[in-house]
Structures are given as structure tokens and as C-alpha cells.
Design a protein around this ligand. Sequence first.
Ligand code: TRP
Length: 350
Amino acid sequence: MIRLALLIPSKRVPLRLKSIEMDTVLSGIRSTGHLHLGNYFGALRNFVRMQHENRCFFFIADYHSLTTHPDPKSLHANVKDIFCEYLAAGIDPEVATIYVQSDVPETLELYLLLNMHAYMGELAKTTSFKEKARKQPENVNAGLLTYPTLMAADILQHNADKVPVGKDQEQHLELTRRFARRFNNLYEVNFFTEPKPYNFDQELIKIPGLDGSGKMGKSEGNCIFLCEEPKLIQKKVMKALTDVGPTEPNSVKPESIENLFVLLKSVSSPDTVAYFEEQWDNCSIRYGELKKQLAADIIAFTTPIRERYLDVCKNEDYLRKVAANGAEKARASAAATLREVRHIMGIRPF
Ligand code: TRP
């Protein structure tokens, strides 16, 4: 059927229907391995909290991980793992939309259209591109260069207002905002929303690694995974870096010890934290005892999540259903945007 509205040239494109009372929140994670405690306390826990007050899209960015040429088998397993971990951590597929990026082909068309207004110079200037180009000089592919346009398509297709991202993604989000602005100006429309970075304010907790400095990260190899076996958690915590102990009462904690306390504060009761703080202050602290308690509390905290994860992983039928349902909702939202973008840019059927 020919849609008459599309044949009438007009600069006044109708604004997409937007929920008045709810903001749209979107976040993606690259499928590069299991989620760790840093992912959980830094992001996932807040996704779970915000899913009821916002229109949320959470997706697994499997296309984005192709830029580093992962082995196909491990990519497949990683997508499933993260999907299950999202569900196990409490993302409710009846409330939020959870989907896999490659299940939504509309994203790719928007990516192509946005690429026509993304310039080589600005893409090549991003820190992430320069870093990857340095790290993998044999594989500086076009996907790597246009990584930010794919990310912009992910975000703009759902008209997201808020995008929870870490520091390393802020530059990409700034580019998304620039692309949105450029599109609106060029075509004289008020179409794309400029998404804001969202960092949970006081809820934001940076989880450190167990190796004495810096944050927990996959590439740092200092992670405790959210669904890790209790025995392994125990082993990793007991091996965490410490020092000879405080020599003066009430001294400032060195980073490696402060890190253990940050972890303790995330998983243990206030009484436990207060007990060890006091021991630190009066120089009677025994790191062995602290680590044993920390390991036990991490295990107690993660066990229900791990059990749900193991359960969900086994239930392939359920997973397929949730993924299909999420893809359907995401496709409907993306298709509505794409229809308008095609119209604005002058792509139309005869
Ligand atoms: N680039 C992000 C990362 O590596 C993942 C991602 C892809 C993303 N698309 C997104 C994050 C859209 C937020 C919004 O972490």
C-alpha cells in the first residue's frame, strides 16, 4: 500500500510518539565474556532498580564485538552468558526490553544512513579508535572506525533520553549527540533527541580489582565474576594483595587495603564493615580474617544470582522466547524511527 503521507514533501515531520511520563533509558554491553562484580555494582544493579520508572532497553552488542574478530564459537557462548546473567541479576523481560543487537536489522539500516553524515576525521580522532589501531595494527577495519556510528544507531533508534555509560564511552556518546544535532540541523527537523550520559549520581560505585590498584576489568584480569564458583571466589579473595598492616592508629589506608574495604561495603552488613574499620583504626586488623569474611559475604551475595543463572541457562526454550519477544519490541521501536528517517532523507518508494 502506498502511504500518501510519504509522497507529500514536507519539512514538518511528525514527532514520534513519546511517552510523556517516562524517560527512555538504553544501555548496551559488548559480548566479550562473563559479567563481573564491577559490572554488577557499577551498572547492572542500577538497571534493575530503574527498570520500573523508565522505558528501558538493555541489549547485548554482539556486532560491536566483531571489530576485534572473536572466535565464532566463543562469541555465541558469550552472548548467551550475558543474556542469562542479565536475567539472573533481576532484569525483568516483562518490564524492560532485553534483546540481542544482531536480532534487530533496522539498526543496520540506520547505521548506514548515519554513516553518510559521519566524517572520517572525527571518527579517526576518537580515543578508542586510536587505541585499538595501536593495539591491533594488522586489523584496523572499517567497523572499528565506524564503531561510534553503530552505537549512535543503537541509541537514536529508540530515541533514548538517558544512556548509562562508563567514562570510556563518554566520547562515543558525545558523538551520538553531535550526529543527532547535525541531522536535525541539516534536514531542518526536530527529530532526534540528544541523549544524556547517565551515571547514577551517588549510586555509582567503582569496584576495584584484587590486585592492589585500579578498577575491576576484564582486560585487567583481576575480576571476580558474578556467577563464579564459590571455591574460585574464595581462592581469588584470599590471594588479594595486602601489606604488612597499619603501624599507627587511624592511619589512611593504602589503595590495596581501601579496595578490600570498598568490596566489603558492597556485600557485607554495616556491622561487619564497622568491626573491621575499628580493627584497622586500632591496628589489630588481621587480613586473613578480613579476607575470609569478605569471601564468605561475596559468596552469600552472589549465590542466589548464580543459581538463577544456572537455571536460566538450561532453559533454552525460555531463553529463545525472551530473546524473540525482546527483538520484536526493539524492532517495532526501531522501525518507527527508521521509517521517519528514510522519509526525512528522501528515500521513498516509487
Ligand atoms: N560500546 C559500548 C561498550 O563497549 C557498548 C555499546 C554499544 C553501548 N552500543 C551502545 C553502550 C549503546 C551504550 C549505548 O561498553
